[in-house]
Write a protein that binds this ligand. Structure first.
Ligand SMILES: [Zn+2]
Length: 420
């Protein structure tokens, strides 16, 4: 198996954009690089700060103005013709504990590349253009996520911060002090201040659709909102030897029926709906005891809010149908619901035009995972591009994206902003 640096050494670099992206990705990859050449830059760690500082250096080389907010989010501003509104592009630079070198970093460095090209060409964008690095997107530190962008959008609460403990037992207040901020400054992180005319994020696909279609870049058609439904099957525990088969109320048998038939539900709602059971607990949990109770969690998502509602209902109805007349009862509890973020059809059309100008097929892809664009998209127009991921592998040192594919994304997004 080839490691990251070997793969990078073998990359074709036929474009000056690719050369610079290649060099910068390599440079950032040295910060928090693990023994197996993965990345470890947890949110609010020394490594995340060092990576931000490196990007700040590059921003300053092309005259960008730097500021940081109380959540540690970094903004590099490039002066546009009009400062009443702002264009923004970026992503995050933190990683999961044994992650790869493209998830997040690719979005920050491609956004910076656009400005670098403008700087070289003496081009002035319509509005001020800000490259943003959002803090702690992965949320590996506190089992959260999108921490920096949510603070930026005023979506974090005291209650949530109170619950945070990192793996070393540190509280949020202790951790945030490490980056020279505090809870108050975090909760009142500056916010956009002015209208964001467009936020754009380039991100690796983390799936195989582009690879299967042999395309370098795709247009994200919407960002799915995750929902979590806790489903509890109540049966009756009993002796596994002495209870006849006809007299059992085995909660796990019903739960299994539910799980094995769940995959049929999303496709009855939409092509972009998905549902997964990834967590289940069986009690009492003895080898010789009939399961009396099973609790599982269904993660269900769609990029369309109406379909998301239908999906939640269909999952709950399905659980009731399964236990019908069996003597087993079921309870469903919707514990989490994140609103999906649609992408404006007009924005998608403009992006399609940019694709066509670069002889690229404008394929649409739904985003099943959450990204910082999702948070910004709660108030402002957003667009996202996905870039082909080798074998769809992500959150893993094996994660890889060809630099030439990132270059294509840079060209398309630059064109998009120039024509907005
Ligand atoms: Zn990411």
């Amino acid at each position: 198996m080839r490691l990251f640096t070997d793969k990078m050494a073998a990359e074709k670099l036929e474009d000056p954009i690719s050369e610079r992206l290649h060099a910068r990705i390599l440079e950032i990859s040295k910060i928090g690089r693990t023994e197996n050449e993965g990345a470890k830059r947890m949110g609010y760690s020394k490594e995340e700060s060092q990576a931000k500082d490196k990007v700040i250096e590059w921003m300053q080389e092309i005259g960008m103005q730097i500021r940081k907010d109380g959540a540690g989010n970094v903004f590099g501003t490039y002066q546009g013709e009009d400062s009443s509104k702002v264009f923004m592009a970026g992503s995050h630079i933190d990683t999961v504990p044994d992650g790869g070198h493209f998830d997040g970093a690719a979005g920050v460095l491609t956004a910076l590349e656009i400005v670098t090209l403008w700087h070289e060409a003496g081009y002035t964008p319509k509005y001020d253009f800000e490259v943003v690095i959002f803090s702690d997107e992965e949320g590996s530190r506190f089992s959260s996520g999108l921490t920096g962008s949510r603070a930026f959008m005023g979506l974090m609460t005291e209650e949530e911060l109170d619950k945070y403990r990192d793996p070393d037992g540190q509280t949020f207040d202790e951790v945030i002090r490490n980056i020279g901020s505090d809870r108050q400054q975090f909760l009142t992180a500056e916010g956009p201040g002015k209208q964001i005319a467009m936020y754009a994020e380039i991100h690796i696909e983390q799936a195989k659709q582009l690879e299967q279609k042999n395309l370098p870049v795709g247009i994200v058609s919407g960002i799915a909102g995750a929902t979590r439904t806790k489903i509890t099957f109540h049966g009756a525990a009993g002796h596994a030897g002495s209870t006849p088969m006809t007299e059992r109320k085995d909660a796990l048998v019903k739960a299994s029926e539910f799980i094995s038939t769940l995959p049929g539900i999303p496709k009855s709602i939409s092509q972009t709906a998905v549902a997964t059971v990834g967590k289940m607990s069986v009690s009492p949990g003895g080898v010789n005891v009939i399961p009396g109770e099973v609790e599982l969690v269904v993660d269900a998502r769609d990029i369309n809010e109406e379909n998301q509602s239908k999906l939640i209902q269909a999952v709950a109805d399905h659980a009731q149908d399964i236990v019908h007349d069996s003597g087993i009862t079921v309870e469903t509890d919707l514990t989490t619901r994140v609103t999906p973020i649609p992408i404006d059809p007009e924005v998608i059309e403009r992006m399609e035009a940019s694709f066509k100008r670069h002889d690229l097929l404008p394929i649409h892809l739904p985003s099943g995972a959450g990204h910082d664009a999702m948070t910004v998209g709660t108030k402002f127009p957003v667009t996202m591009l996905f870039v082909r991921s080798i074998q769809g592998i992500s959150h893993n040192p094996e994660e890889f994206t060809h630099i030439e594919d990132l270059t294509q994304a840079v060209k398309v997004l630059k064109d998009f902003f120039e024509n907005l």
